[in-house]
Design a protein around this ligand. Structure first.
Ligand SMILES: Cc1cc2nc3c(=O)[nH]c(=O)nc-3n(C[C@H](O)[C@H](O)[C@H](O)COP(=O)(O)OP(=O)(O)OC[C@H]3O[C@@H](n4cnc5c(N)ncnc54)[C@H](O)[C@@H]3O)c2cc1C
Length: 390
């Protein structure tokens, strides 16, 4: 955003703090919790409202693992690194449980199930299960010959399922509220889009319309919008739209799924939601060029595609209750990014970024953001360094 000469009235309030966080999604709120735990002063500046972007618009899977299954991840980044990511997401869920996520109304301990619909993917998932078990991770197989009662298996499409028995789901906004409620000393300013950062008297000065903040360090938790304030991020973080719908099947029994499903290598996902509803998301990979955008409108073509999956996999008797979309920040290797980013005129090392959670911010955002604060302030070693793309 730019601000015209006429809009540039002096901000009403000025605040000085150690760290200014930009963005009040899962990442920004979790980072603030870590800063408070360390006794440091911090402020959150949010362009819109808390949880207004991806963090409040996702499917609520608290799922072990990353964007790909264990076998594919190990092929890409190495087996030891894959095991690290899986443990990282387990730690994320443990952290959220310690915060109290289990007592939120939308939380349910519900296994996730990766479904193979092709021969290749079936072989991949069988290999993934074998590797996970060898590496000490619980994983079960559901055979199409002995399926659960969920309607998805009646379609004849699934050939096999890989079950993560200890996964869970939650309401994304309840998680956001839980994180926000954990803050005691951090002011969160909504409707405070940072439109400019500059260095003044050795501090970073962050300008928003209602407030000006002077901070020793800045942590950008702006996810898909990272490049707007730190242009070099455009090479690493790319925005991708994820569209979803919620529907109510005519027969409530069709809405009560035993597992949260992940289909077509995560391209589609479907799970039960409160009040006998089902949420269905994805179809992005079939419309990849259009969906590589930061515009969060829904489109008729993707929504119709999602409905065709609903008819094929659940039921053709339903009422749509909601349609929406959100913007994810993807990285080239599907893993988060933490590191200092250059911003014109500001000393190196003062502005940092944590983001690029590539569709898995619920599953790893809390741990990653808390870790990013320790990387920034205490030089903790990180596997998610931005320098890996140099
Ligand atoms: C449809 C969909 C389904 C998903 N499903 C799942 C799932 O089931 N499980 C899972 O683990 N992950 C899922 N994800 C991914 C997950 O939602 C994200 O990884 C996560 O929410 C990212 O959190 P964040 O805080 O980094 O970013 P965001 O929530 O996008 O927050 C960034 C914030 O920065 C603010 N901001 C940006 N620029 C500025 C500025 N200049 N000044 C002030 N504020 C600014 C924005 O307004 C925004 O509030 C899904 C995502 C989508 C879109």
């Amino acid at each position: 955003m730019t601000i015209s000469l006429w809009q540039r009235t002096p901000a009403n309030e000025e605040i000085t703090c150690e760290v200014a966080i930009v963005g009040a999604g899962i990442t920004g709120l979790s980072a603030a919790l870590e800063l408070e735990a360390q006794g440091r002063s911090c402020v959150i500046l949010e362009a819109d409202w808390i949880g207004s972007k991806a963090s409040g618009r996702n499917a609520g899977y608290l799922m072990r693992g990353g964007a790909e299954n264990y076998a594919l991840t190990a092929d890409k980044i190495g087996r030891e690194a894959a095991a690290f990511v899986w443990k990282w997401t387990e730690e994320n869920l443990r952290g959220l449980k310690a915060l109290g996520i289990e007592s939120t109304p939308g939380y349910a301990a519900r296994p996730s199930c990766l479904i193979a619909t092709s021969e290749d993917e079936e072989a991949e998932l069988r290999r993934a299960v074998a590797m996970m078990r060898e590496d000490g991770f619980a994983a079960e197989i559901v055979e199409a010959t002995d399926p659960p009662q969920d309607p998805i298996w009646w379609s004849g499409k699934p050939r096999l399922g890989l079950v993560n028995p200890h996964d869970a789901v939650c309401s994304p906004m309840e998680l956001i509220d839980l994180l926000g409620a954990g803050l005691s000393s951090t002011p969160v300013f909504e409707q405070a889009e940072v439109y400019r950062m500059e260095q003044v008297d050795g501090r970073v000065c962050l300008r928003t319309k209602p407030i000006t903040v002077h901070a020793s360090r800045v942590l950008l938790c702006t996810n898909a919008y990272g490049a707007q304030l730190a242009p070099s991020l455009a090479e690493i973080i790319t925005p991708h739209r994820g569209q979803m719908l919620a529907m109510k099947p005519k027969h409530a029994s069709n809405a009560r799924l035993e597992y949260s499903y992940y289909i077509n290598r995560g391209s589609e996902y479907v799970r039960s939601a409160p009040n006998d509803q089902i949420i269905f998301g994805g179809a992005r990979t079939y419309h990849a060029a259009n969906e590589a955008t930061a515009n969060d409108d829904t489109t008729a073509e993707v929504q119709e595609h999602l409905e065709s999956f609903v008819r094929e996999l659940i039921t053709d008797e339903y009422t749509i209750t909601a349609r929406w979309s959100g913007i994810m920040g993807f990285t080239p290797d599907g893993l988060p990014v933490i590191g200092a980013v250059p911003v014109n005129g500001i000393d190196d090392g003062k502005v940092w970024f944590c983001g690029g959670l590539t569709g898995h911010g619920m599953s790893m955002g809390y741990t990653t953001a808390r870790h990013s604060v320790r990387v920034m302030l205490e030089d903790e070693h990180t596997r998610f360094s931005i320098n890996r793309f140099d």
